[in-house]
Design a protein around this ligand. Sequence first.
Ligand code: ADP
Length: 449
Amino acid sequence: MFSKILIANRGEIALRIIRSARELGYKTVAVYSEPDSNSLHTMLAHEKICIGPGKASESYLNIPHILSAAEITGADAVHPGYGFLSENPRFPEICETSGITFIGPPSSLMRLMGDKNQARQEMKKAKLPVIPGSEAIVEDLTEAKKAAQKIGYPVILKASAGGGGKGMRIVHSPVQMEEQFSLAQQESKAAFGNPSLYLEKYIQGGRHIEIQVIGDKHGNSLAFGERECSIQRKHQKLVEESPSPLIDERFRRKITKAAQEAVQHLNYQSLGTFEFLVDSHKNFYFMEANTRVQVEHPITEMVYGLDLIKEQIKNAAGQKLSFPSHPKINGHSIECRVNAEDAETFAPCPGKIEFLALPGGEGIRTDSAAYGGWVIPPYYDSLLAKLIAWAPSRQEAIKKIRTALEMTTIVGVKTNIPLQLKILSHSDFIKGNYDIHFMDKFVSPKGSS
Ligand code: ADP
């Protein structure tokens, strides 16, 4: 048991973690930046402490400030949430030396899987199919062209330190490679401080399917059924569902077995997600593993009837996994990310929320830290609320989430709800007939629909 858990994050995920920690009987500490002083997480944690100005590098990414906050408040465990420091192996390393438990995987696992090229090579050893690609980092344009020629165009250039869709470029020809290679290197250096790139075959018409995994400190692990996350814009997920309309029980068994073997190979601990691309022939390929809780974890919770964050906290405290070895999916769940942004141009819309009423009712869950009167600071991501529906069937879940979106009332800032409703009413979505290019239907090259 810990005495107090500090949440090194903000927004809806900070609230989400506070809720599970409180249910387990823990005291909680919120950290916040100056513009977040009126944020809900600061009101709902037992204690709060300011860690710096608005810029994330000076607050939520500042390890010394966060660890000082833990020391001052006597917190002996830290939950990183997602984003910010959640995938930075320096954070657990420093926590370990300060006698604070990091609620997540060991730093060595984070370091290994955080380097996407290294993770690919490791997963090959675990016999997981990976997307055909370069064997290692491509150091320069000549190497990139050589590797692309071998793989066959189109290819995708990826930042080895990448995340959030940054540093990725689709390349269709050697001429395009000449144009794109150094731009991708520069983008990667600017975003991650590391210019290293690798190459993968670009899979046309693929679907993004991911598998939630969990492991404890006693060698037990489990892979759950899938989340379908193919509805994306600029490689950022917008709508997620579980189970995937593409996947039958046989395929589910195959892909979860592969993920389970990878987890055992790694002796994985804590929550994690293995992301796959599935091609039109239902071949699946490992893309990357995220060593943290995902934004879309609630849909897995809804169909399995469990609390992943509680389980993660219990695992960090040394308890054994408490799931049956073959948990069964029950019903269908869909999550929509409601962002404070213009539905047409996608420009973020920070500012004051004049009025807010989020939907509820049977089968509806809303994970949000927004409230009427709150001023959304311009420094962070634009996620305002996650609307999550559960129903016995997919068609009922679609009706429920559509109604929930229609009944969401937000005045003062623009949101992407009109776009979400278009997606959920599209005949291809309703048929479950979509892939990662689905959003092209809604977005013209200029960015308007
Ligand atoms: P990030 O870590 O930056 O989010 P990922 O490797 O997870 O990057 O890929 C994000 C998205 O980019 C995927 O969900 C998929 O839509 C697209 N993508 C990635 N790799 C490929 C590929 N080889 N072929 C086609 N699309 C890809």
